[in-house]
Design a protein around this ligand. Structure first.
Ligand SMILES: N[C@@H](CCC(=O)N[C@@H](CS)C(=O)NCC(=O)O)C(=O)O
Length: 223
């Protein structure tokens, strides 16, 4: 049986969702973030040396990295569902979005989170203007332009086809859900990008998405 080492309010929510879409039996082992640092508890390092979530175990296999997990589960248990066939023209688009989510969409969203927090972090009063200046400089020169460019690009791609890999819903859409949900709460995604907003609405209405929320518990992305 697949065991999902699930950290609250985290990327592992999409692994639960994928398992629900596949209709597989699975076990959820819950872990709670430290409420101050938001880091994962040290017990997760006993499962995988990096101590991040998601991690799954399936028999002798321990696998981390959500993209690898999504690829593994869809390939091993999908029986052709949720991914285009190996010779279909959509197959490389599928692979592209599977990697894009963590490789290109998440980095500026993570930087935004860190620089926004840096501005509010407790520090001696004389350091605050310097910290703010550094954060604003990084946000203005690099982070925000990259966020905007990514959002414009993704919006344009969803004008080409209903889902990221083409006309069919796929595991790449599940992988893309997390950066888009994060962009909605902290990355400037709003009604100005109607295709991306519609994407979020459609995925949130899926019965498997709702069932995964019931299994995973409260899901609120960090801002
Ligand atoms: N690229 C990795 C990122 C893993 C990751 O950073 N997970 C976060 C949860 S969203 C985490 O475990 N954070 C807690 C920590 O770093 O201690 C993946 O997609 O699995």
């Amino acid at each position: 049986m697949v065991i999902v080492h699930h950290l609250n309010n985290s990327r592992s929510q999409r692994v639960l969702w994928l398992l629900e879409e596949l209709g597989l039996q699975y076990e959820v082992k819950p872990y709670q973030r430290d409420p101050k640092t938001m880091l994962a508890p040290p017990e997760l390092r006993a499962v995988h040396p990096l101590g991040k979530s998601p991690v799954i175990t399936d028999g002798d296999l321990t696998l981390a990295e959500s993209g690898a997990i999504v690829e593994y589960l869809a390939t091993r248990y999908g029986a052709g569902r949720l991914m285009p066939a190996a010779d279909a023209p959509e197959r490389w688009r599928y692979t592209y979005w599977l990697h894009f989510a963590e490789g290109s969409a998440m980095p500026p969203l993570l930087m935004k989170l860190i620089f926004d927090r840096l501005k509010k972090a407790p520090m001696p009063f004389f350091a605050r203007p310097i910290a703010r200046r550094i954060a604003d400089q990084a946000l203005g020169s690099f982070v925000l332009p990259n966020l905007e460019r990514n959002l414009d690009y993704m919006e344009g791609e969803l004008r080409r086809s209903e889902w990221f890999a083409g006309p069919q819903f796929s595991a790449a859409d599940i992988q893309m859900s997390f950066p888009l949900e994060a962009a909605r709460v902290r990355g400037g995604l709003d009604e100005k990008r109607p295709k991306l907003m519609a994407f979020l609405e459609k995925i949130h209405a899926r019965p498997a998405y709702k069932r995964a929320l019931e299994r995973g518990g409260k899901y609120e992305l960090l801002r």
